[in-house]
Design a protein around this ligand. Structure first.
Ligand code: NAP
Length: 217
């Protein structure tokens, strides 16, 4: 396994799994229910033309293997707290969650005392475990359709430069995706707002796949 995806049966996690597997990355998707992960993994393997494995979320932790969290935001902290004791120094967690609520018809950022969703999760991790924010601005509707060229950037941040570089190297294997290093955890609040702006753009312009590309880099 090169990466485990917690909540990998969902829209974002499944899209990520298909893209990575098609690029030759060994992916295991997780679910609260092992059987659901297995069924979804079989479907995703067929779509990717390459194997995807399925497991229970809590069985995805493996030494040296990055773990991507693709759960609804409110579920991410409880999950990380539930596995906290098993996270060793050096572990790399990828935070794909967006702190968003749909109230009054539109997407609203959830304001957090730590300043961002990623900082909220980082505060719950043991010393030496690196949290890298990534995938937050990628629309699942496009990610999951292999036939649609991605043609976009992914904004990747986190305080540990080595962990950031590892995640960037993995995501760079996805065809048409350019992971861009945007620096430390301070970037999280901006990137999360960009996710919410993209959701708003989709609604306003009646599309499903608005996404970001940085020019001039
Ligand atoms: N959708 C997008 O376009 C997109 C883009 C960028 C980032 N994101 C972020 O990525 C994350 C996942 O998004 P998504 O659209 O894939 O979400 P989702 O489909 O609603 O949920 C993902 C998975 O989380 C698990 N789950 C659902 N409710 C849960 C609960 N109460 N407790 C524990 N696990 C639960 C489910 O897996 P099981 O039932 O199999 O356990 C589900 O398949 C979110 O934080 C979202 O903000 C989404």
């Amino acid at each position: 396994m090169d990466i485990g995806i917690v909540g990998g049966t969902g829209a974002l996690g499944s899209g990520l799994a298909v893209r990575l597997a098609a690029a030759g990355v060994r992916v295991t998707i997780g679910s609260r229910a092992r059987e659901r992960a297995a069924v979804r993994a079989t479907e995703l393997s067929e779509r990717a033309g390459a194997p995807v494995a399925g497991a229970a979320n809590e069985d995805l932790l493996a030494p040296g293997v990055p773990l991507a969290v693709a759960l609804p935001f409110d579920e991410a902290a409880p999950f990380l707290e539930s596995v906290r004791a098993r996270l060793s120094p050096g572990a790399v967690i990828v935070d794909a969650t967006v702190p968003v609520r749909f109230e009054g018809g539109g997407p609203r950022l959830v304001e957090l005392p730590e300043g961002s969703g990623t900082a909220h999760l980082a505060a719950r991790l043991p010393e030496g475990v690196s949290l890298v924010g990534a995938l937050k601005t990628l629309p699942a509707a496009v990610l999951g359709r292999l036939e649609t060229p991605l043609e976009c950037d992914d904004l990747v941040y986190g305080d540990n430069a080595e962990a950031r570089a590892r995640v960037i190297a993995l995501l760079a294997r996805i065809a048409g995706l350019r992971p861009v290093d945007v620096g430390g955890l301070d970037a999280a609040a901006t990137v999360e707002r960009m996710s919410i702006l993209a959701i708003g753009l989709n609604r306003r312009h009646k599309v499903k796949g608005s996404r970001w590309r940085v020019v001039g880099l």
